[in-house]
Design a binder for this molecule. Structure first.
Ligand SMILES: [Zn+2]
Ligand SMILES: [Zn+2]
Length: 286
């Protein structure tokens, strides 16, 4: 790895996710330092080439930089530095304590399958007020474990939660949410009372195995009414959380806004490949 590539990787270590524009700007800056010149060629800022080289070096640490297209803006891409063991959340979210990780998992459950979701309408976000419910769920689970006697007694005779961690206090889960945002696991949208918590490109890229295993529709099951299932975009096969949802009830077709035009062109039609209804007329999931 060259010095420039190493510095580029350090930027990723600090920020976790860069857009294609941010990555290009960063690389330009580093090349200017390297060459001590303002003459920067396109070849100098070939992000893909640098990432191939960086990925070779970080592979042995179980890390990789992945590129994903934004779900709504066609020319926007996200490069995320991810841990390749995304089916083990504890391997990825290494900065979290056990009870923070537990809260994070409840947050994901609420975000991907929560009860605020309407029948036949995908929704992959929760309002800020939904955090209270996450906290209540964690509290209930803790009580259940305690009632089952899953405690041990320490040397001073105090009851210690051996199996289950203590639920987070309000100030603690508020701090956790801010930490998750800073580490690019979640994004905030809107302001004040209407603020929402959404999954981030890093979350979808890094935890894809975990999310797919946990939130996809089980093969043998009929879709339950009002149940959110995680599906992939029919065009790019990446996880879908925002975009077009086929208007036929129960139809599994989902299509990113950023993939829409290319998909219609390629298929020379605007119809759903599963049920033939017009996708252009379908509602947009936000
Ligand atoms: Zn897509
Ligand atoms: Zn359809």
């Amino acid at each position: 790895m060259s010095d420039t590539e190493r510095a580029f990787l350090q930027t990723f270590m600090a920020q976790r996710v860069l857009t294609n524009l941010e990555a290009k700007t960063c690389l330009e800056k580093l090349r200017r330092i390297e060459k001590e010149s303002f003459e920067i060629t396109d070849e100098d800022t070939n992000i893909e080439k640098v990432i191939v080289s960086v990925n070779k070096s970080i592979d042995e640490f179980g890390l990789t930089i992945v590129k994903s297209r934004d779900e709504t803006q066609p020319d926007l891409f996200h490069y995320s530095l991810v841990n390749k063991l995304g089916n083990e959340m504890s391997q990825s979210a290494t900065t979290l304590s056990a009870n923070e990780l537990d809260f994070f998992k409840i947050l994901l459950d609420q975000m991907f399958t929560g009860r605020q979701h309407k029948p036949d309408k995908d929704q992959f976000w929760i309002p800020f007020s939904g955090l209270l419910e996450c906290s209540q769920i964690q509290g209930r689970r803790y009580e259940e474990k305690r009632n089952e006697g899953q405690f041990t007694v320490d040397e001073d005779g105090r009851k210690v939660a051996s199996v289950y961690q203590k639920p987070l206090k309000v100030s603690e889960y508020k701090a956790l949410i801010e930490k998750l945002r800073q580490e690019s696991w979640i994004i905030f949208q809107g302001s004040d009372d209407s603020r929402r918590i959404l999954p981030s490109p890093r979350l979808l890229a890094e935890l894809r195995p975990y999310l797919t295993e946990r939130y996809s529709q089980p093969a043998a099951e009929e879709p339950a009414n009002g149940h959110n299932y995680l599906r992939n975009c029919v065009a790019c096969r990446s996880i879908f959380t925002r975009g077009k949802q086929c208007s036929t009830p129960g139809c599994p077709t989902r299509l990113h806004i950023s993939c829409e035009d290319a998909f219609y062109r390629q298929h020379q039609s605007n119809t759903c490949p599963a049920c033939n209804s017009d996708l252009k007329d379908s509602a947009i999931t936000v």
